[in-house]
Write a protein that binds this ligand. Structure first.
Ligand code: SF4
Ligand code: SF4
Length: 65
């Protein structure tokens, strides 16, 4: 399973960025979190801590950010 940020839901709280063991999720220029898929190992920790459910699962092969 891969993860992506739903920017409509993200409030930019930063909880996911501090929990990520790989530094793969950062707050971008738009104030919303974004996942660097080259670093992310899909551990799912960011999804667990997000208070608004902004981190969603995506199917393998879906290239949408
Ligand atoms: S799934 Fe894991 S490695 Fe990927 S961004 Fe979230 S916390 Fe980081
Ligand atoms: S924990 Fe959720 S709401 Fe907070 S910055 Fe990360 S994705 Fe956005």
């Amino acid at each position: 399973m891969k993860y992506k940020v739903n920017k409509e839901k993200c409030i930019g709280c930063g909880s996911c960025t501090s929990i990520c063991p790989l530094g793969a999720i950062k707050i971008g220029a738009d104030g919303k979190a974004e996942i660097d898929k080259n670093k992310c190992n899909n551990c799912g920790k960011c999804k667990e801590v997000c208070p608004v459910g902004a981190i969603e699962e995506e199917e393998d092969g879906n290239q949408n950010a």
